[in-house]
Design a protein around this ligand. Sequence first.
Ligand SMILES: *Cc1c(COP(=O)(O)O)cnc(C)c1O
Length: 480
Amino acid sequence: MNRLPELIFDKSKDGKIGYSFSGTEFSDDLIALDPEQRRTDIEDFPQLSEVEIVRHYTNLSHLNHSVDSGFYPLGSCTMKYNPKINERIAELQEFSAHPYSPLKLVQGNLEVMKTLEEWLIKITGMAGFTLAPAAGAHGEFVGMKIIRKHLAGLGNPRKFVLIPDSAHGTNPASAHFSGYRVKEIPSNADGIIAVETLEEHLDEDVAALMMTNPNTLGIFEKNIVEIAEVLHKNGSLLYMDGANMNAFMGIVKPGDLGVDVIHLNLHKTFSTPHGGGGPGSGPIGVAKHLVKHLPVPVISKRGDQYHASYFNEGIGRVKNFYGNFLVLVRALAYLMALGKENLRKVAEDSVLNANYIRKHLEDYLHLAYPSKTLHEVVFSDKGLDVKTLDIAKRLLDFGIHPFTVYFPLIVHGAMMIEPTETESKESLDEFINAMKAILKEAEEDPEKLTRAPHTTPVRRLDEVQAARQLVLKWQRKQIR
Ligand SMILES: *Cc1c(COP(=O)(O)O)cnc(C)c1O
């Protein structure tokens, strides 16, 4: 598709209809739309045949790039292929219960939740979990609230949260909204946090450090055990952003490293299609001393019955009902289908795939940090005649979704590439070859890049205006 499709209004011809029962014993009134369901604000309502309507919307649906249509190496987002079987299982009618159903009628749903909690506890080595938060950022907020509750219980919630300069933007936002001020600490030349740097920033006002591991450069924070010790000696806590858990699940347990609170992104690591803004899930795992502060409801099993308890010393309720339940179903289906051994293989393959790309491109692109990387790799546009954005736009002409651009912020002109474990060697090679072809063009015909994309329905957009003046639905005046 390389042109903007015609509007449905332009395709309209007076008198065309989807179907008609005239001349039969049925009357058209039988199937006519209820007047209440008609859009009276559209005066020239389009008139088309059924097949034209089906094609119109099917073609529109193909305008979006998706994991199902091509490679999608958007770093930090883990745009992996999610097995369709998980969707089938989430569709099972047995799971669709009314949230006010008596608990004795939804024992199976509660068992799904409890079993998933147990899996996550085993994977992370934490003592307890809540499945309530609806996204990673929501999990961060809940986790920081738990930390605040714990510290307040000891007499002083403290004032500051330390956050590395490589952090995901949601970290400072979550710290702020849970009542803390944020202090940024710099990464060292290896792209990680040095213990000495942490010590320089540590005093009795520091509540916690929020650390992403592996961090957004794809680098393992190898000082984490010492960092946890230094923090704990200071009475501070270690929050781990576990959105990148696909890099070492089945290999390392954050609980063993001294982490007090962790969030996971089920919609990244544990299978749920995301990117379209659909429901997500950001469970929180906590160390033993924080279990009593988990939000309610807490699911427990007594005898052979599951219960939901609303009484603890926790932070209260953080989400209506039980979280995004069907995302939990998908995660459990994913885990049970893979099994323990293959979970480790997910991590190994995601690291292998990222390093395969790194190895093939590191002679062509500047590596921001030479340290070993895990599940993603960050290059920069340093030394090139074109910019990161030009390369990203040109990738669209090759049918490939661009990598993440200009993030993490500490890398000027960053290209953050995460292939994920679900890609084959063939698709990785296709990406590598596209990148090499583009970099050759950058030398020979840079304008081809600066004017890209050439084959998409729309070309370069004014991204600032697109962000500031959102047009989310069709309005006659704006488009025509
Ligand atoms: C995606 C991500 C988040 C935020 O998760 P959401 O579900 O998008 O709110 C936080 N930290 C890191 C490192 C991430 O990649």
